[in-house]
Structures are given as structure tokens and as C-alpha cells.
Design a protein around this ligand. Structure first.
Ligand code: GLU
Length: 487
């Protein structure tokens, strides 16, 4: 690819939580760096202080660490802020701007917001794309400097070539050529003195020796301008690759504003880091393996050539598939750690984990099973089902059980010492006159509220007797003629 040691980066703005879209960008860049034995940098793009949210850097670090990311340069490593925080590089940015002005690659622009708004409106009326018209490009530089020194606010703009094409090789999309006359001279520094994204982003990449930038196609239009900027400074632009965006079910790009789930909420819902990482690594990209892989193994198989140009739909069903693999992969120790000190003794907790581990979609399911199998005070019998499902329909087997069914089951279980399901089952069949699904379905629902779960004999064996009695009594009350559905 290139002779330079590969250096990639993830450059989030600290304006909120990371979601699947920007996490995937982070992951692709990390995998590329690790694939090439290169370095990965985490840069915080906080030039626009007005948009910064308190604690956002800490949250970004926590989210990425939880997912298992590590970086060679970035926050939390004890390195100077100037190595990773954009706002700590203001002096460097100011020096470069001075150089660009002196060399004539940039110029001061005194256009007021009102003039620019009028210009945009006129262009819109004429049906042309908005672009700066070069109004200040011809100002005498000494005069412009004097006006600035006299206190007149001015932005600084990059002088783009007036004609010809700006060309570059996109590592995802192939050869790109943009006609320079379609581009307006972009702002490098706003009139308030803050560095514009386009400028600070490209400068920091060049200064950090970034060789490859994988980012969303929403940045594609910035790239030719950034290339012109870096070339004007005699700096080597990184190789850019623009991937299709991650979109939601409606086809709109994921965004925090539109409620895309962040790492924190995925973690709260019980998703495991390995599930998220494995899903994102395959989202709009190919990996030659259907198995759950760790970051090193994903990096080994990572190929830039397999990154997709088209939009990639974020699909929870796919994430759930990876979650299933990640849960099956969870060790007993991890499950026990999640469970915490309840319920009961270490032996009981281990038995619980062994009993339900094949029935877990998320870590949260473990807590749910702990309550369902141990807590005698589960307030209502709540059946499983998709949100909005008709709870009373799901509980129909309980209501439709023959008269006296649950009392008979309770008395039978109370009268017998714990024993194998193989002997208990015929005893229950004989006592209730029900077999197969007519015995099992109402019994399972009465005991757990779920139509699925571990083997019923194991549930009976595990469940404390007082919990079992309380559940069967409640089911009996629901099944009684004239009873109201309890759900
Ligand atoms: N801070 C920019 C963003 O979050 C970085 C874009 C880039 O990767 O160059 O969109």
C-alpha cells in the first residue's frame, strides 16, 4: 500500500455519545492499523468549543475501552494533550495560517454573515449549488491585514485553483476527479478566530503522520479541499477512503439526534462488546469468517478492498445474531460476575448459571431468570413476547388448564421428595390426567411466565419450594372460573 508505517486515526468531536456509525469508522481504522502492524491514534476534535459536551471525552474513552479498543496515541495514556487534543494545537494552526496568508495560498475574507446569506439565497433562486463567489479573493493583502489590525472581523479562506480538476485515488471508491470551478474557497478559520473543521482536521492528520483515513462518505466533498490545502503546504495528504454511511431502517444516516443507540445503551441492554465489534466489522464490509473473532483476528482478516461504498443498514436482528454467539462464548466466571451476590449461596448461583446459560440473549436475561426462578414475590406473572404482544393470549394455556390442575400439581410436588423428572413426570400425569403439552405448557408458564426456557424438570428441581407454591397458587387463581387475566 505505502512504504510509510501505517498510521490511522479516529477523530470524534466530543459532542455526544458514539453510535454504530462512528464506532464502525473507529473500528475500520483500528483494524487497518493493526492489520499493517501500524499505529492507531485517537484524536479529539474539539475546535468548536460551543458544541462540546461536558465529560464527552471521558465517555468516548470509556466506550472505546469497553469495546476493547486500544490506541497508541490519545487520551488516558499520560501523553501531552497537544498529541491528541485539537484545541491544544491552536498555536500550530495559527502559525500555518500565517504561512498560508504570506504565501498567498489563503486570504482574509470580510464578507458579513448577511452578505453570505444573500449570496446563498441568490444561488438557490438561480438553482445553483451554494459556493463562495471569491468576493474577497482579490483584495490587496496589505490592505486586508490593516483592516484586520484595525479590528474588522475576518475569516481566512483557502485559495483553490480556479480551473482544472482536483484528483485523488479513494481507497474505497477509486479514482475521484472534481472540477475546481465547482468548489468555493473554503473557510480555514472563522471570523471568531476558531479553526474550521476542514483545516484543523487535515493539519492534524499531516502533523501526526496519518497515512490512511477511512471515513464516511459525508466527508467526501471535504477531501479535494483538504488535499489542495496540504499540497499548498508541501505536506503529504493521507490516502482517503470513504465508506457508505450506516443508515437506519428508514434509510437515514444514524445520528445521535435521531436516537441511534449509543454504546452505553447497548451495554445497558446487555449487548456484549464482542457482539458489537463483530457485527460492526461486518457491517458494509466483508470478513472471511462467520465466527466470533477477537479484534486481533478481525484485524488479521481486514481488507480495505472489501469496504462498501453503498449505505449499510444497521439491523438489530444481525446484532442479535452476534450477541447469541457472544453469549454462548461467555465464561461461567463472567456470568457469575455479572450476577453479583444475589441470589443466595455461591453453589446456588452456579446452579442458576448452569441452568439458564443456554437461554440467554443478553446479560440482562440472567437477572431476569434469577428473579423468575428464585424470587417468591414476582409481582405479576408476565409472559414473554414482543412489546405490545397480547399478554393474556400468551397466558391462555394457564387459563385453559383443567379445573384444579394447579392445586393438584402443587399438592403432588409438596408430597414428594425432590426426584428425577423421569419419575416425577408420570406422577404428575397420573395426578392431573394431562400429558405432553397439556401438562408442560401451563406448568412452565405458571412457574416462569415464559413459554420457553430450561427443561421443566430442572426448573422444578431448582426453584425454592415457597416460590414454586406461590406461583402455582397464583396460576390457580387465574385459572379459576370468572378470574380476571393477571397480566
Ligand atoms: N471530527 C470528524 C467527524 O466526527 C472527523 C472526520 C474525519 O474522520 O476526518 O466527523
Amino acid at each position: 500500500m505505502t512504504a510509510l508505517p501505517v498510521r490511522t486515526r479516529f477523530a470524534p468531536s466530543p459532542t455526544g455519545l458514539l453510535h454504530a456509525g462512528n464506532l464502525r469508522t473507529a473500528l475500520f481504522n483500528l483494524l487497518l492499523a493493526r492489520h499493517c502492524d501500524g499505529e492507531f491514534l485517537l484524536r479529539i476534535e474539539d475546535s468548536d468549543a460551543s458544541r462540546e459536551q461536558a465529560d464527552a471525552v471521558a465517555a468516548i474513552v470509556a466506550d472505546l475501552r469497553w469495546l476493547g479498543f486500544d490506541w497508541d496515541t490519545g487520551p488516558s495514556l499520560g501523553q501531552p494533550e497537544s498529541a491528541w487534543r485539537q484545541s491544544a494545537r491552536r498555536e500550530r494552526h495559527a502559525d500555518v495560517l500565517r504561512q498560508l496568508l504570506v504565501q498567498g495560498h489563503a486570504y482574509r475574507c470580510f464578507c458579513t454573515p448577511e452578505r453570505l446569506a444573500e449570496l446563498r439565497a441568490a444561488q438557490q433562486r438561480a438553482g445553483s449549488a451554494p459556493r463562495y463567489d471569491g468576493h474577497c479573493a482579490g483584495l490587496d493583502s496589505h490592505e486586508a491585514r490593516a483592516r484586520t489590525e484595525a479590528g474588522e472581523p475576518a475569516a481566512i479562506r483557502l485559495r483553490l485553483p480556479a480551473a482544472g480538476h482536483i484528483e485523488f485515488e479513494d481507497v474505497v471508491r477509486g479514482r475521484q476527479a472534481v472540477e475546481a470551478r465547482h468548489l468555493g474557497d473554503p473557510v480555514l478559520q472563522r471570523a471568531d478566530g476558531s479553526a474550521a473543521f476542514l483545516f484543523a482536521n487535515a493539519m492534524d492528520d499531516a502533523d501526526a503522520g496519518i497515512t490512511h483515513v477511512i471515513r464516511g462518505e459525508d466527508h467526501l466533498s471535504n477531501t479535494p479541499r483538504q488535499i489542495v490545502l496540504l499540497q499548498a503546504l508541501g505536506l503529504e495528504p493521507p490516502r482517503y477512503g470513504h465508506v457508505g454511511l450506516v443508515v437506519d431502517a428508514a434509510g437515514a444516516p444514524l445520528s445521535k439526534r435521531r436516537g441511534a443507540p449509543g454504546v452505553e445503551s447497548l451495554a445497558r441492554d446487555g449487548y456484549r462488546p464482542a457482539a458489537i465489534v463483530n457485527y460492526l466489522a461486518r457491517l458494509g464490509s466483508g470478513v472471511e469468517s462467520d465466527g466470533l473473532l477477537d479484534i486481533d483476528a478481525l484485524a488479521e482478516r481486514f481488507e480495505v478492498g472489501r469496504l462498501g461504498r453503498g449505505p449499510a443498514r444497521f439491523d438489530l436482528a444481525q446484532l442479535d445474531h452476534w450477541q447469541g454467539l457472544a453469549m454462548a462464548d461467555a465464561s461461567t466466571a463472567e456470568l457469575l460476575e455479572h450476577l453479583g451476590p444475589t441470589p443466595g449461596s455461591a453453589e446456588k448461583r452456579e446452579r442458576l448459571v448452569a441452568l439458564v446459560r443456554r437461554n440467554l440473549s443478553t446479560m440482562g436475561d440472567l437477572d431476569d431468570w434469577a428473579v423468575r426462578l428464585c424470587d417468591p414475590d414476582l409481582p405479576v406473572l408476565t409472559p414473554d413476547g414482543s412489546p405490545g404482544a397480547d399478554a393474556s393470549a400468551l397466558l391462555a394455556p394457564v387459563r385453559e388448564a383443567p379445573a384444579g390442575f394447579f392445586d393438584t400439581v402443587r399438592a403432588t410436588l409438596d408430597a414428594r421428595a425432590p426426584e428425577d423428572w423421569a419419575t416425577l413426570r408420570p406422577a404428575l400425569e397420573a395426578a392431573t390426567g394431562c400429558r405432553g403439552g397439556r401438562l408442560m405448557k401451563p406448568l412452565r408458564l405458571a412457574l416462569t411466565g415464559y413459554a420457553h426456557g430450561p427443561a421443566i424438570g430442572d426448573i422444578i428441581d431448582f426453584m425454592p419450594a415457597d416460590t414454586r407454591r406461590a406461583r402455582l397458587q397464583r396460576a390457580a387463581a387465574m385459572a379459576a372460573p370468572g378470574a380476571q387475566p393477571d397480566a
